[in-house]
Ligand binder design. Structure first.
Ligand SMILES: [Zn+2]
Ligand SMILES: [Zn+2]
Length: 327
C-alpha cells in the first residue's frame, strides 16, 4: 500500500468539523473596536504598519465615520435590520446562493442607516468645512441617485460615484449587512461554489486574517468587505484565483524583523501575491498583533499597496472606506 503525503491544505480539510468554517460578525463591538484601531494606526502606534501625516488625517476621518456606524447600530430600532423571511433564506442556501445577497434589490432601510450616519457626523463637520460640504452633497442626492451610487460602490465602478462620497455610502451598506449577518444561524450557511466570495452576501473579501484562539487557532479567514463575516480558506492559497503554485509574501519593511518571533512586526501586515493571476490581497496576522482589524489595517498600510503595485501586482478588490482608483 502506497501512502501519499498530504499537502498542508489537505490536512486542514480532513476534519471539516474541527475548523469553524464561518465566523459571523459581532456587529455591536466590531465597529467600536475598529474605530479605536484606526486611531491607534493614525497615531503611528502599531509596529509593522508605519503611517505618515497625510494618511493619518484620513484615518482619523474614517475613525469618525466608523464611530458613526457604531452609533447608528445603537440608536436605530431593531426592525431597521429586519431579516428576509426564513423560506427565502432557506431557498438561497439550498441553491448554494448567499442568503443575504448584496446584488439585486436592497432593503430600503439601508437609507435610514445612511441618514443616521450623516446626522452623527454633523457635530464634527461644524469644525471641518470640507466634511460639511461632502455631507451637504450627500444629503442633496435623491433616492434614485443614492441607489445608483450604491450600485456603483458595490460594483467597484469609478463611474457613477464621487470618490469622496463612496465611503459614506459603503459605510451604511456595511452596517445594514453586518447587522443582518450577525442574526444568521452560521451553521446553516453553506459554502458557495467559489470560495473567493462571501458565503453570506456574495461580496469580495477586503483582506485575510490569521486568527488565534480556540478552534480558529492558526487558521486563515477572509473578511467580507460588506457584511464583515469571515470564512475559512487554507493558507498559502490565492484568494482571487484559488491557485496555490505561485503564492508569495511581501512585507512593508523586511528590516523590522524582530528577534522575538512571537511578536514580529514584519509579519503583522503582508501582501499575499499570486504569479498566476497577478493580483494580491493583504494578510494580517493576529499571532503577531492581537488587535489586527483587516479593514482598518488594510487602509493604513497603503505603503504596502504602493510596494506591490510597483512590482506589477493589481489589487484583487477594494477597501470600502477608500476609493483606490481615485487620486
Ligand atoms: Zn459578506
Ligand atoms: Zn491568483
Amino acid at each position: 500500500m502506497v501512502q501519499r503525503l498530504l499537502e498542508p491544505g489537505e490536512i486542514e480539510t480532513l476534519d471539516h468539523t474541527a475548523i469553524p468554517r464561518l465566523l459571523l460578525p459581532e456587529a455591536r463591538s466590531l465597529f467600536t473596536a475598529r474605530a479605536a484601531r484606526l486611531r491607534q494606526l493614525a497615531n503611528n502606534q502599531i509596529k509593522g504598519i508605519p503611517v505618515g501625516e497625510t494618511l493619518a488625517g484620513y484615518l482619523n476621518m474614517m475613525a469618525a465615520l466608523v464611530d458613526a456606524q457604531a452609533t447608528a447600530i445603537r440608536s436605530l430600532p431593531a426592525d431597521t435590520f429586519a431579516m428576509p423571511d426564513a423560506a427565502t433564506i432557506q431557498l438561497a442556501i439550498d441553491h448554494h446562493m448567499p442568503p443575504l445577497p448584496v446584488s439585486g434589490q436592497r432593503p430600503a432601510m439601508w437609507r435610514r442607516v445612511f441618514d443616521a450616519i450623516l446626522d452623527q457626523l454633523d457635530a464634527l463637520a461644524a469644525g471641518q468645512p470640507q466634511l460639511a460640504a461632502v455631507l451637504a452633497e450627500l444629503r442633496a442626492l435623491d433616492t434614485a441617485q443614492l441607489e445608483g451610487c450604491a450600485d456603483a460602490v458595490l460594483a467597484e465602478l469609478t463611474e457613477g460615484v464621487h470618490p469622496l462620497h463612496a465611503p459614506f455610502v459603503a459605510a451604511a451598506i456595511q452596517v445594514m449587512w453586518t447587522m443582518r449577518a450577525s442574526q444568521l444561524d452560521g451553521r446553516s450557511v453553506q459554502p458557495l461554489v467559489t470560495n473567493t466570495l462571501c458565503p453570506v452576501c456574495g461580496a469580495h473579501p477586503v483582506a485575510s486574517v490569521i486568527r488565534i484562539g480556540g478552534q480558529s487557532q492558526g487558521y486563515r479567514y477572509l473578511q467580507c468587505s460588506c457584511c464583515s463575516s469571515e470564512w475559512h480558506m487554507v493558507r498559502v492559497k490565492c484568494s482571487c484565483c484559488e491557485g496555490t503554485a505561485k503564492v508569495a509574501y511581501q512585507s512593508i519593511d523586511q528590516e523590522l524583523e524582530a528577534e522575538n518571533k512571537a511578536n514580529d512586526p514584519s509579519k503583522v501586515a503582508r501582501a499575499e501575491t499570486c504569479d498566476e493571476c497577478h493580483t494580491y490581497r493583504k494578510i494580517f496576522n493576529q499571532e503577531h498583533d492581537f488587535y489586527v482589524d483587516p479593514l482598518a489595517d488594510d487602509l493604513a498600510s497603503l505603503a504596502l499597496d504602493l510596494l506591490v503595485g510597483e512590482a506589477g501586482y493589481a489589487r484583487a478588490s477594494g477597501n470600502p472606506l477608500l476609493w483606490f482608483n481615485a487620486e
